[in-house]
Design a binder for this molecule. Structure first.
Ligand SMILES: Nc1nc2c(ncn2[C@@H]2O[C@H](COP(=O)(O)OP(=O)(O)OP(=O)(O)O)[C@@H](O)[C@H]2O)c(=O)[nH]1
Ligand SMILES: [Mg+2]
Length: 238
């Protein structure tokens, strides 16, 4: 099985080397890492480029024109499928998602289409996140679940493992989200394909290095995108 870990990055120079080393230390057979960087001013791409010279299973997708967590994820999924991925792990670069859960995720896709690192199932925990930030995520999660009728408890988690089959059914080339709402768009499209989704509890640790890219504009666009997805599904367009 060929596994790709797909990591969208913007200004993560303080995190990316540490994360790549932690993933490689798992010594998972036939594992590749694809970092999708939007020409980060802090030189994140340069760090990855240097690593990829020494390690052939580390890939850099340097995007100069496009910007956005959404289109970065889209390009990343397409790249992984094109390079023969049988399994695709999607994760953030800010160390909020601990690579130690990857082996369990890869085991889980033996009889599921998606395994999701969840903050909302028994045994899960969120560390270092303020009350307001947790409230924002909680309300967004409630809104998404109610609007889109998804049974998954943590609809905001960007830490997921997909089988090639389900990712092909999701058709990443048709993903519309430019921003973080790609997380919900992918989940909803998988839900519409009756994907078997398993949630495993994770300890989510708030970033300690670098800065959040999540602002009011992204949040507002996210709420609008969920509404749009609902409308499109009601009209049978997705
Ligand atoms: N390529 C690319 N990656 C991005 C962009 N915005 C965010 N990312 C990456 O997407 C992941 C999630 O972004 P975060 O800023 O951590 O968003 P968040 O987790 O919702 O917010 P905090 O963790 O609270 O900061 C991180 O790896 C970011 O570097 C972007 O515009 N382009
Ligand atoms: Mg984060």
């Amino acid at each position: 099985m060929k596994t790709f870990v797909m990591i969208p990055t913007y200004n993560e120079s303080e995190n990316i080397k540490n994360l790549i080393n932690k993933i490689l230390k798992l010594r998972i057979n036939n594992l590749h890492i694809a970092v999708v960087d939007d020409n980060s001013p802090d030189g994140t791409w340069k760090i990855v480029q240097d690593i990829s010279k020494a390690k052939k299973n580390v890939h850099l997708l340097l995007r100069k024109k496009d910007k956005g967590r959404g289109s970065a994820g889209k390009d990343g999924f397409i790249y992984c499928l094109k390079h023969g991925a049988d399994a695709i792990v999607e994760m953030d670069a800010d160390m909020s998602h601990n690579p130690k859960y990857i082996p369990e995720m890869l085991k889980g896709i033996k009889n599921h289409d998606i395994v999701l690192g969840s903050r909302r199932v028994k045994g899960a925990k969120e560390v270092g996140r303020g009350f307001i930030r947790r409230l924002i995520t909680y309300i967004a999660n409630l809104y998404i679940r109610l609007m889109l009728g998804i049974k998954v408890r943590d609809c905001n988690s960007g830490f997921r493992c997909f089988t090639r089959e389900i990712m092909e059914k999701i058709q990443p080339e048709k993903l519309e989200s430019k921003g973080p709402s790609i997380v919900q768009e992918v989940l909803f499209k998988a839900h519409l394909k009756n994907a078997r989704i398993k949630e495993i509890p994770i300890v989510f640790v708030n970033r300690t290095k670098g800065h959040s890219k999540l602002g009011i504009p992204q949040l507002a666009t996210g709420y609008f995108m969920v509404l749009k997805l609902k409308m499109l599904s009601v009209m049978g367009r997705i």
